[in-house]
Structure formats: structure tokens, C-alpha cells
Design a protein around this ligand. Structure first.
Ligand code: NAI
Length: 270
């Protein structure tokens, strides 16, 4: 049910690859809540063409940008402001790529060129996006920026590999830039630490099915879905959460604060 929570707001959504993507689900919800959006993804991801379906439904232009390329990001913000006829009110950063994981390399056997690329795409890119917006003065006062994280930033999940370090850096950048953008323009920056979801990025993690079932059993409310994550993002983009900034917000059905659950104990006693 829509409540017009984002009426009149304009946002940029990074990372919608296919209909399972958290960014895809969020784009649909933002438009349902009255927002106007611009969609963006890496040029190589756009070649799949899937995003055009979403663009049509959302009546949104698609502007290519590799998040590691400053010229692409500058172009994205300039074109978006041109399209909106003004500045931007919200940004969803829903971008990650674990290069070593992709190449089957474990945490104790990292290739550092891949490792740099992983950090650049999955974490430094948030700094790049924020710095580009800051320098172009592309965000309205009280704008809200959300990036997606995972609890491996705080606790060890062995097969999450280098992405754990990338998420820790991502959360730190949200906090640090949140301070600077907050004092400068009242812009808020937060991360949402989401339950596992079976998407292209999620399924890249080894043993993902076991992982997702374990999280489901360990969470009093069960795993949060991509659509529920989209609802949370909408709330965070809305004016109802204006004083929330520099936070890592767990959206995980209670997983992060559960020591052990009855279903997991029952399983161990079998
Ligand atoms: P997804 O695979 O649908 O989305 C990842 C996106 O990153 C894709 O659209 C991809 O094209 C984009 N991307 C990769 N390299 C890029 C580059 N150089 N420039 C621009 N875009 C680039 O997967 P999902 O799960 O929707 O991932 C979105 C975010 O949610 C990621 O940050 C992920 O780590 C995070 N997350 C995912 C969870 C899951 O279990 N699926 C759990 C917690 C967080």
C-alpha cells in the first residue's frame, strides 16, 4: 500500500541488475511512493538489457556509470540534475563485487589486484559517489543516502571472504562522510545491514543456501526479504527519519542480537 511518502522527491538508484536485485525492488517501491528516479548501473551490466523493463515501469532514464570512474559519476549527477530540473533528494548505493570470491580464491589466498578492485567497487565507491555529489553540490538539504551492508562487517562468516573487509570500510565511510555532509548540508548517510537474499551477488557466496537457512532459523522474525528491505529504504528516504544519520541499521529479523535460537539448538541436539 502506498502512502506518498516520497512525493516530490527525486532519487538515483544504483545497482538494479535483474528483478531479484534489492535495487530493483527499491526502485519500484520508491516510484510507488511518489518519487521520480534515475537508474544507473555499470555499462557492462546494462548490456544485459534487463534494466530497460524496469526503466519503462518506473518511467526513469538509465544513465550508465561505473562506480569506480569519476568521469562517469560526474556525468551521472550532471545528467540527473538536468533531468530532474534540480537537485537530488535520495541515493541508493546497492553495489558490490567480490573479485576474489568470484575467482574462487579464499581469504588466505587473496590476489591483491582483485582485492583492490573489490574494495573500490564495493566500498570506496560510496566515497566516490558522496564526494562527487558534495563537489557538484548535487544534493538538497536533508537528502538521504543509503548503502547496503552485511553483518560480516562485525562478525566472521568464513566464506564471505574479503567482502567482510569491504563492508567494514563501507560502514566506516558512511559514518565519516555522514559527519561531513551532515554539518555541511544536513545530508544524512546510513547503511542498512540486510539479511541474506538470493540475488546474483548473494548467490556468489559459497554455501549460500546453508547460510540463508541458518540465518532464517537464527532470526526471531525470519530473514527480511528484498521487498522488506525496499520498504525500509523508503522509510529512510522519507522525512519521517530525518534525524537518523551515520548509523549502521540492522534489517535482519533480529539475527544480529540473537545468541542462539530454539530451532538451532533443536538441530544441534538431533
Ligand atoms: P545484485 O547482484 O543484484 O546487485 C549488485 C549490483 O552491483 C549489480 O547491479 C551490479 O551490476 C552492480 N555493480 C557491480 N560492479 C559495478 C560497477 N563497477 N559499477 C556500477 N555497478 C556495479 O545483488 P544484490 O544482492 O541486490 O546486492 C546489492 C547490495 O546489497 C550489495 O551491496 C550487496 O553486498 C548488498 N547485500 C546483499 C545481500 C544478499 O544476501 N543478497 C545481503 C546484504 C547486503
Amino acid at each position: 500500500m502506498a502512502h506518498n511518502l516520497l512525493k516530490g522527491k527525486k532519487g538515483i538508484i544504483f545497482g538494479a541488475l535483474d528483478e531479484k536485485s534489492i535495487a530493483w525492488r527499491t526502485a519500484l517501491r520508491c516510484v510507488e511512493e511518489g518519487a521520480e528516479i534515475v537508474l544507473t548501473n555499470a555499462p557492462i551490466a546494462l548490456r544485459m538489457g534487463e534494466i530497460n523493463k524496469l526503466a519503462e515501469t518506473c518511467k526513469a532514464p538509465v544513465i550508465p556509470a561505473d562506480v569506480t570512474n569519476m568521469d562517469d559519476l560526474t556525468n551521472l549527477f550532471n545528467k540527473s540534475m538536468e533531468h530532474f530540473g534540480g537537485k537530488v533528494d535520495f541515493i541508493l548505493h546497492s553495489v558490490a563485487m567480490g573479485m576474489n570470491i568470484r575467482k574462487g580464491r579464499s581469504y588466505t589466498d587473496l590476489d591483491y589486484d582483485f582485492n583492490h578492485k573489490t574494495f573500490d567497487i564495493s566500498a570506496m565507491s560510496l566515497h566516490r559517489v558522496l564526494q562527487t555529489a558534495y563537489k557538484l553540490d548535487a544534493l538538497n538539504e536533508w537528502a538521504s543516502v543509503i548503502a547496503l551492508s552485511y553483518i560480516a562487517a562485525q562478525r566472521v562468516f568464513p566464506d564471505y571472504g574479503e567482502m567482510a573487509d569491504a563492508k567494514a570500510l563501507l560502514e566506516s565511510i558512511a559514518r565519516s562522510f555522514g559527519y561531513h555532509y551532515g554539518t555541511h548540508k544536513k545530508v544524512r548517510v546510513n547503511t542498512i545491514s540486510q539479511s541474506p537474499v538470493k540475488t546474483t551477488a548473494g548467490a556468489g557466496v559459497k554455501g549460500f543456501d546453508g547460510f540463508i537457512a541458518y540465518a532464517e532459523n537464527m532470526s526471531p522474525l525470519g530473514n527480511a526479504t528484498a521487498d522488506e528491505c525496499a520498504n525500509y529504504a523508503v522509510a529512510m528516504f522519507s522525512d519521517l527519519t530525518r534525524m537518523v544519520t551515520m548509523q549502521n541499521l540492522f534489517h535482519d529479523g533480529g539475527f544480529s542480537f540473537t545468541g542462539v535460537s530454539k530451532p538451532v539448538i533443536d538441530q544441534m541436539e538431533k
